[in-house]
Ligand binder design. Structure first.
Ligand SMILES: C[S@@+](CC[C@H](N)C(=O)[O-])C[C@H]1O[C@@H](n2cnc3c(N)ncnc32)[C@H](O)[C@@H]1O
Length: 371
């Protein structure tokens, strides 16, 4: 930590999404956003840590980097870990645990490294270590340089606190928001998802339009830290940045269960008045009346051998529906196979790189407004 109380804040995301998250951090006024492997770093103090957890839709978790030192062996790690002002960050009455990783370093045993740091904190601060503690200290030893961070999020940030019902292949809210951003969606146009599953894209899009903060309903690990200021946090949560919108958001799916889930999830998120979910095969889909906007969809993937051929007709009929009935709308299609995207017959812009989603490499294929 520097004397002005600022430190490096790491915003984690799925590989491939770093530049998109960087743009989001920039748009939210975070200082010195920088893309690094696996995430983005920004500069700030504890208020920015809370704000990142509360406002950023794309970050998977937020780490506060509170210390950095060289450590060539375990005794040195122990000694230098004790020099961190633990009482400024952790509470002696709150359980904690330590996770460590080692790469290209003389200290190579991550379990032993974690134990040493845990012992140092326990002895210096008196806080109890516990295997299931919500407060996690993450130590990364890379090329003999040990970086100490606090995981300020706790449960992964895709858990907004609204979704109870999920279908088979749900899109994480964090990734859905980044795909929406990549499609140029900023909350000022209607959105349609004709294979909506549990409604992730539609609920995210509606929340963005309504200016609802993604972390408004959940608990965070930082609430358990010594740096937490409840009054300041409440004030931060109460601020809004967008007026009410008349926009509407439409999800449909062949599966009646998916539609029930979507409605329940939208209700819990407080966007049911802006959203509409209908049980419908993609071939029956019509464009909603009003101005055009964005169609975003992740159809079933070709993740098993043979699926690719079986799924071709589905992608073809999705393409036919969109080409014949969605003039003026842009399309964002997420799939694991370029050949399936091609089967839609839609004219896609050159795609960006693939991103990881549920163990798969998926790519966003985007169109200009359809003719
Ligand atoms: C990969 S999932 C979408 C997941 C969704 N984005 C979410 O976050 O939950 C694909 C969805 O396509 C739906 N689907 C498959 N064939 C369909 C068809 N012909 N018409 C409409 N929906 C279909 C499935 O029921 C499934 O919910």
């Amino acid at each position: 930590m520097t004397t002005d109380g600022e430190f490096e804040i790491f915003l984690a995301t799925s590989p491939g999404f770093e530049p998109v998250l960087c743009k989001e951090a920039e748009a939210h006024g975070f200082k010195q956003p920088k893309v690094i492997t696996g995430g983005v770093t920004v500069k700030g103090g504890w208020t920015e840590v809370w704000r990142a957890n509360l406002e950023l839709r794309g970050a998977g978790r937020v780490l506060a980097r509170i210390g950095e030192f060289r450590a060539m062996h375990l005794a040195q790690l122990d000694k230098r870990a004790r020099r961190i002002a633990w009482s400024e960050v952790l509470r002696p009455d709150v359980a904690f645990r330590v996770q460590a990783t080692c790469k290209g370093s003389r200290i190579y045993h991550s379990g032993a490294a974690a134990q040493r740091i845990e012992k140092a904190i326990r002895e210096e601060l008196g806080a109890p270590p516990s295997a299931d503690a919500e407060v996690i200290i993450k130590a990364r030893i890379d090329d003999d340089l040990c970086t100490i961070a606090v995981d300020t999020s706790g449960e992964s940030l895709h858990k907004r606190g609204h979704k109870e019902a999920v279908n088979k292949a749900p899109m994480r809210e964090t990734l859905a928001s980044l795909f929406l951003r990549q499609c140029g969606y900023v909350g000022t146009e209607p959105v349609v998802d004709p294979m909506c599953g549990s409604g992730t894209f539609i609920i995210e899009a509606a929340e963005i339009a309504a200016g609802l903060k993604p972390g408004r309903s959940r608990h965070f690990a930082f609430e358990q830290l010594a740096t937490f200021d409840e009054a300041a946090w409440k004030k931060l949560k109460a601020t809004t940045d967008r007026p009410k919108t008349g926009l509407r958001f439409f999800g449909s799916d062949l599966d009646a269960g998916a539609i029930r889930m979507s409605r329940a999830n939208a209700e819990r998120a407080g966007v049911s008045e802006m959203t509409e979910f209908v049980e419908l095969a993609v071939t029956e889909l019509m464009a909603p009346s009003g101005p055009p906007g964005l169609v975003i969809v992740n159809p079933p993937y070709g993740d098993r051998i043979g699926d690719r051929d079986n799924l071709q007709p589905l992608y073809r009929s999705l393409g036919q529906t969109l080409r014949s009935r969605f003039g003026g709308w842009r399309v964002g299609l997420i799939t694991s196979e370029a050949s399936l995207a091609k089967a839609t017959g839609l004219q896609f812009l050159p795609p960006g790189g693939p991103v990881s989603h549920g163990g798969l490499r998926v790519t966003l294929f985007r169109t200009e407004p359809l003719k």
